[in-house]
Design a protein around this ligand. Structure first.
Ligand SMILES: Cc1cc2nc3c(=O)[nH]c(=O)nc-3n(C[C@H](O)[C@H](O)[C@H](O)COP(=O)(O)OP(=O)(O)OC[C@H]3O[C@@H](n4cnc5c(N)ncnc54)[C@H](O)[C@@H]3O)c2cc1C
Length: 373
């Protein structure tokens, strides 16, 4: 007798969303989570839609995969809005995202990027300095223009995580602490403490831990852990409504409803080995906040009250979503770049695929055949 109808491996935003969707459909769900280095517990709460310049610069070979996925980002932000209406508030604000240019070359780069994004259905436009002065007068004088993507936004991830975990618990999702070390095609999982968990189906939403679990199925899924840095300041008066990024430099900057400024955007942190939370690098702390103060001089006098590091997951730029070839009882759910934005939608679709329900969005473009040997 299976212990559950569905096993969910990984309890970040993706696994939690999958568990909620399955439990709402009447499935008995057991969620197993290793309890360490969830990107969902460390992230910045940016709802990304436009192509991130950081990603294009660092992983140019993967940029076409992200570009092809842009419609999924639009749908993902709508999914966040749906969830907030049902289970919020998460302090979700969708006033758009600005990607700043500090010179003509960066502006030309943004123009080309905006053309490609508009062709994929995104609401993007280029703003000159006069338009920016009306919209965002707090920007530094050296900013010559920006791309505005009206679809972007921000939310408070601590509030969202707490509320969605509470929703899963209220639906009867059983949350078990443990690290899955083996998974079979029959959806039987073994954890490091020797326990075995049986179900009819399994969803693997284990982010950086996914590749190791799928090797047994002959798949080479390149999920890698990427330690990243974050900062948050003391509260300031309300001013910054947009998500702010830069055409060339790594940064995201936004203001929460509390007035605090959250500064991150992909500065590196220090890996400290498996199972350990990454450490903060002083150079990332200083570089990240110095850049923020250059772009938005008014925040230069604020004190940073907390700084932390968390584990992001990278693969090939594209969401990994669908059944394992040859093992249809196992469905994989690893969101692509900006995985907190995508997580709820990807988890929801994974549960639908696993349970044979009509899928909210077509998962076909994100299937696992691309990783078969
Ligand atoms: C500092 C930082 C800032 C970020 N900011 C943003 C942002 O602003 N916007 C955005 O969209 N994205 C952001 N991201 C990315 C985003 O946080 C992640 O992509 C997203 O949270 C992934 O969610 P997930 O549920 O798929 O995985 P995770 O939240 O990483 O959860 C995976 C879980 O699986 C568990 N696990 C792994 N292996 C096993 C195993 N074998 N057995 C059991 N459990 C296992 C882990 O312990 C973890 O709890 C950021 C990431 C970081 C690190």
């Amino acid at each position: 007798m299976p212990a559950a109808d569905l096993l969910v491996i990984g309890g970040g935003i993706t696994g939690t969303a999958a568990a909620i969707r399955a439990a709402e459909a009447g499935a008995r769900v057991r969620l197993i989570d290793a309890g360490v280095n969830a990107g969902s517990d460390a992230n910045a709460g940016s709802l990304h839609v436009q192509l991130q310049s950081r990603f294009i610069r660092l992983f140019p070979e993967q940029a076409p995969n992200v570009e092809a996925s842009l419609p999924l980002y639009l749908a993902a932000v709508r999914e966040w809005e749906r969830l907030e209406a049902l289970w919020g508030p998460f302090d979700l604000v969708r006033k758009g995202g600005l990607m700043l240019a500090e010179g003509e070359e960066q502006l030309r780069f943004l123009e080309g990027k905006a053309r490609r994004e508009a062709a994929r259905g995104l609401a993007v436009e280029l703003l000159d300095r006069a338009a920016l002065d009306r919209l965002a007068p707090w920007l530094g004088p050296q900013i010559v223009g920006a791309e505005l993507c009206r679809d972007e936004g921000k939310l408070d991830p601590l509030a969202a995580n707490a509320r969605l975990k509470a929703r899963a618990a209220a639906l009867g999702v059983e949350r078990v602490a443990g690290r899955v070390v083996a998974l079979t095609a029959a959806a039987e999982a073994a954890t490091a403490d020797g326990a075995r968990h049986r179900a009819d189906r399994a969803v693997v939403a284990a982010a950086w831990g996914t590749g190791a679990l799928l090797a047994a199925f002959g798949l080479a899924v390149p999920t890698r852990a990427e330690p990243l840095h974050m900062n948050i300041t003391e509260p300031a008066g309300p001013a910054i409504g947009h998500l702010v990024q830069h055409a060339e430099r790594s940064i995201t900057l936004k203001q929460f409803g509390t007035g605090q400024i959250v500064i991150g955007g992909g500065w590196p942190a220090e890996a400290r080995g498996p199972g350990r939370v990454p450490g903060v690098r002083a150079a990332s702390l200083l570089g990240n906040v110095a850049l923020a103060a250059r772009l938005v001089p008014a925040i230069g006098g604020l004190r940073v009250i907390r700084t932390w590091a968390g584990m992001n997951t990278t693969a090939d730029g594209k969401t990994i979503l669908g059944p394992v070839p040859g093992a249809p009882a196992v469905t994989v759910a690893v969101p692509g770049d900006a995985g907190y934005t995508l997580g709820p939608l990807v988890g929801r679709i994974a549960a639908e695929v696993a349970l044979g329900l009509p899928a909210t969005e077509d998962p076909a473009p994100y299937g696992l055949a691309r990783f078969s040997a």
